[in-house]
Design a protein around this ligand. Sequence first.
Ligand code: BG6
Length: 470
Amino acid sequence: MRLEPPPPQAIVVFGASGDLTHRKLLPALYQLARQGMLPAKYAVIGYSRTETTDEEFRAEARASVEKAAGGDFDEDTWSSFADSLSYIAGSFTDPHAFQPLHDKLAEHDQEFEGRRLYYCATPPSAFAGIVDRLAECDLTGTTARIVIEKPFGRDLASAKELSAHIHGVFDEARVFRIDHYLGKETVQNLLVFRFANSMFERVWNRDAIDHIQVTVAEEVGVGNRVGYYNSSGAIRDMLQNHLLQVLAFLTMEPPRSLEPEAVRDEKVKLLRAVRPFSPDDTIRAHYDGFADEVKEPTDTETYVAARTTIDNWRWSGVPFFLRTGKRLPRRETEITVVFKDVPTYLYDSLDMAPPPANHLVINVQPREGIAFTFQAKDPGPGFKPRTVKMDFDYEESFGAEPAEAYERLLYDAMMGDHTLFTRADEVERSWEIVAPLLDGGRPKVCTYDPGTWGPTESNELIEPRHWHLR
Ligand code: BG6
């Protein structure tokens, strides 16, 4: 399906010299340009503290886009995209620092009918200042929208404070909080898989499901983000946002429509039913060597595994196991839905082990797809069951790899579509769910060897079941 391009607008990227801009945002904008999904008229204005000329910014942007395109780089697309790029160096804290930005945007106002998309790709400490600077320089007219990267706050109180600060200038309808997991095709596919196939919804509940596991495993360590990561840890960096968002799509009730607020209402309703994590059902750990990277003793976790339940009619009594960690054996995000066992009496009479339960495995990345394991008769005499698999592979079926999450999110923000962005009440409820793990009573951190599936304690958390990826 060919989508219509967004209306003319200026896209201002704050934090333009940063890692996120170069690794994700510029390549995503270039890909949108290539697919004809940028506005007919647009300008991309980078803003950062680093002194750089327009020319240097374009050259750096080209290097980043080429790297991300991995050999599939189109000169024609690049040259028209590059014409739209410009750069302003300036502060985020000095009063009226955005005056040069104001003047630049004024040049385009007529062409773009005043539409602007401000993207805050800066460290979170700059978010409030950006909003103040925009307000002070009269840059917040009703056609301006703001995109805020994660993390949105450090806890419930700071998230509320930040929302209140932003709402002083931008009403909620113009605020787009990013959780890039919602931009992933396979996460969005959870909704289609559940609500466009009548057979799955019938078994998507406590009657048929024994438990659900979500694993977000990363092979990389904390890399050059030691400072940020040590003050954040896996609970704030991954569990509060990406994992809870995946859980919400996986377990929410069908919305009354696919309108953004209908979808977001159901997510919030679900999150309100998720029982806040208990320190007794949570394992925190960091990989051996993490303290050396931090260069001081640390009790920040690079791994967390937690069990929770959802207190509503559909899910009551079903355990959910969520885990994420860095320096695990490989990069893999997987959801495993484990169905209930069959009654065992048939197999008892044959003196045979009962067959393993059915599994539905949804691979979010890197090999996007869905597999269902079930039992078939082992060839030959008797009735011995054997586990077999039905497999859907995204790339094989659609002949292409799924698009980068940021392409979809940038496009939706330019269109003003909120469906895949988190609302203030949703973010706040997510902080409430992780709150018991953020201070005082949280579990002590243990250690695991890099390249393993985490500490052995996390196997005890899931017993008598076991992790599917191990
Ligand atoms: C980010 C976290 O939000 O997600 C990073 O801050 C993490 O620590 C990253 O590495 C994982 O994203 P993806 O898309 O590679 O799974």
